[in-house]
Design a protein around this ligand. Structure first.
Ligand SMILES: [Ca+2]
Length: 464
C-alpha cells in the first residue's frame, strides 16, 4: 500500500521533471516508458513544471507527514546538523565486512576477499591471520560475519579465545553459506582447532544472498541468518532446506534443544524461522531477543524479530516489487500464517549491520536507539523505538559517501562502523563535540601502517 501510494506520486513526478528538464537528444525517453515530445511550447513547459513541483511537494508531504502506513515514519535530521561525527581508527581494509572487539582495545576485522586481520587500538593493521579456509569470494560472497564467544575472555573456559565466522564456502561450481568455529592463538596470529560446524543445504550456483549474520544468545546458542541465494527464493518457504532461514545451533553446530521443527518429518531440525530473503544485520536486543533485518527486492527492506517456528513471508508477501517494477508473486503484502515486519522501508535503504546503543556515551536521548548502516545511502540510520514500534528515523552522514557495512557497539560504549570499499575504514562514532584524549595518531609517520604485501599499494607505511 505504501509502495502503491508512493509510486502514484513518484512516477508522474519523475516523468514530468524529465519532460521539462533540458537534455541531450539521446535522453528523450521517460524512464517509465512515457514518450517525450521533441519540442514543447513554453506554456506547456511551465504547466508541466508547476505540476512537477506540486507532485514533489505531495511526495515530500507523503514522506514526512500524516497518513503514513504503520511502518513508515518521519525521516531526516531535523536540524540538518548531525549530533555525531566519525573518527577514523583504521583504513585501507579491503572490503571489511564484520568487526569484533578484543581485549585492550584491539579489533578483529574480516575482509570479504577471505582475510581476517587484527587491528591494534592505534589503528595499525596486522598481517592476515593464518588458518582460514578457502572462501568463494565472488559477487556478494567471501569471508563475512564474525562473532566472539561470550566466554572468549574467560580464562579457563572451554570457549576461551573461541570465535565464529561465516563465509561463502566453495564446492566446485556451487557454494553455500557455512559457519566455522576456531580458537584464536594466544599471539593472535593464527586460528587453531578450526571446524566448520554448520553448512547451509543445499549449495547452489549463485553469487548472491548469502545472508550470513551470527548472533549468540544468552543461553550460548548461535543464531545464523541465511539468504535464499536469489535463484531459489521459493525454497525460503520450504522446511526441507536452509535457504532463506534463521537456524539456531549449539556451539558444536547441532540443532539447538527445543528448536521448533525437530519433531516434524522432513523438516531440517536446525531451522528457527523461515521466509527470509537476505538478512544482512542481526543483533541480540536488550530484551534478549533476536533482532534481524533483511534486504527486500526493490523496496521492502524489513526489520523482523524472528520467533521460533514463524514464517516471515518471503517471497509470498513483501512490500517490495520486482527490480524495474512489477508484482512479486501475486503482489501480496499480507497473508494468514505469515508475519508482518516490525518495520519496513520503501524505497529500500539496503541495511547492513545493526546494534542497540546501550551505553551512556551519547546522552540519554540516543540511549536505546537501534543503529544500522545503509549500503545504499552511506548513512548511519538511527531508529527510535517506542512500544515495540519505530517512532522516528534519523540518518547521519558519517561515512563520506561510502557504503556502511557493519555497525557495532564496542565494550567501551562507542559505536563502530565499517565502510565497504577496497579501501574500507573502521570508524568510531563520537558525539560531534567529543574530543578523545587518546585519539589515534593521524599523520602518515605515526598513523596506521600496513604489514607485508599490502603495504606497497596502500600509501601506508610498512609496519615495523
Ligand atoms: Ca517479510
Amino acid at each position: 500500500m505504501v509502495e502503491t501510494n508512493s509510486m502514484f506520486i513518484i512516477v508522474p513526478m519523475f516523468c514530468l521533471a524529465a519532460a521539462v528538464a533540458p537534455r541531450r537528444p539521446s535522453d528523450r525517453t521517460c524512464g517509465f516508458g512515457l514518450p517525450e515530445r521533441p519540442s514543447q511550447p513554453r506554456f506547456l513547459r511551465r504547466a508541466l513544471g508547476a505540476l512537477a513541483q506540486l507532485a514533489l511537494a505531495l511526495f515530500l508531504l507523503h514522506q514526512t507527514g500524516a497518513g503514513l502506513a504503520h511502518a513508515q515514519v518521519a525521516t531526516g535530521t531535523p536540524s540538518n546538523v548531525s549530533p555525531l561525527r566519525a573518527q577514523t581508527v583504521a583504513q585501507a581494509l579491503e572490503n571489511p565486512w564484520a568487526v569484533a572487539f578484543l581485549p585492550e582495545g584491539r579489533f578483529l576485522v574480516t575482509e570479504r576477499p577471505g582475510r581476517l586481520r587484527l587491528v591494534e587500538a592505534d589503528g595499525r593493521i596486522g598481517p592476515p591471520i593464518q588458518g582460514l579456509p578457502a572462501v568463494a569470494a565472488q559477487g556478494q560472497g567471501g569471508l563475512l560475519d564474525l562473532a566472539l564467544d561470550a566466554d572468549f575472555s574467560k580464562p579457563g573456559s572451554p570457549w576461551e579465545r573461541t570465535l565464529y565466522f561465516c563465509f561463502a564456502e566453495p564446492a566446485g561450481v556451487l557454494n553455500g553459506t557455512a559457519l566455522a568455529r576456531a580458537r584464536l592463538s594466544a599471539d593472535g596470529q593464527r586460528l587453531e582447532a578450526l571446524a566448520v560446524i554448520f553448512r547451509q543445504q543445499p549449495k547452489v550456483a549463485s553469487q548472491l544472498h548469502f545472508g550470513c549474520r551470527i548472533v549468540q544468545d544468552r543461553e550460548g546458542m548461535l543464531f545464523l541468518a541465511m539468504g535464499e541465494r536469489y535463484v531459489r527464493a521459493a525454497d525460503a518457504q520450504r522446511l526441507d532446506n536452509h535457504l532463506g532461514k534463521v537456524v539456531r545451533l549449539t556451539r558444536e553446530g547441532a540443532p539447538a534443544p527445543g528448536n521448533p521443527f525437530t519433531q516434524q518429518a522432513g523438516a531440517r531440525p536446525e531451522i528457527w524461522s523461515l521466509g527470509h530473503r537476505n538478512p544482512q544485520g542481526a543483533t541480540l536486543g536488550p530484551d534478549g531477543r533476536l533482532w534481524l533485518h533483511e534486504h527486500g527486492p526493490q523496496g521492502g527492506d524489513e526489520v523482523n524479530l524472528p520467533q521460533a517456528g514463524r514464517n516471515y513471508g518471503w517471497p509470498v508477501i513483501t512490500y517490495g516489487e520486482q527490480y524495474g517494477g512489477g508484482k512479486i508473486g501475486q503482489g501480496l503484502t499480507v497473508q494468514a500464517g505469515m508475519e508482518q515486519p516490525m518495520h519496513f522501508w520503501v524505497p529500500s535503504i539496503a541495511p547492513s549491520g545493526m546494534a542497540f546503543l546501550t551505553s551512556d556515551r551519547y546522552g540519554a536521548a540516543m540511549k536505546g536507539q537501534l543503529f544500522l548502516g545503509s549500503l545504499k545511502f552511506g548513512r548511519l540510520v538511527r531508529l527510535q523505538l517506542e512500544g515495540g514500534k519505530v517512532r522516528s528515523e534519523v540518518r547521519d552522514d558519517l561515512a563520506e559517501g561510502d557504503r556502511i557495512r557493519d555497525v557495532r557497539q564496542g565494550p567501551d560504549g562507542w559505536i563502530y562502523l565499517l565502510t565497504d570499499s577496497p579501501r574500507g575504514r573502521l570508524l568510531r562514532v563520537l558525539p560531534a563535540g567529543e574530543r578523545l584524549s587518546h585519539a589515534p595518531p593521524r599523520s602518515p609517520a605515526e598513523g596506521p601502517c600496513q604489514f607485508g604485501d599490502r603495504a606497497g599499494g596502500s600509501n601506508l607505511r610498512r609496519c615495523s
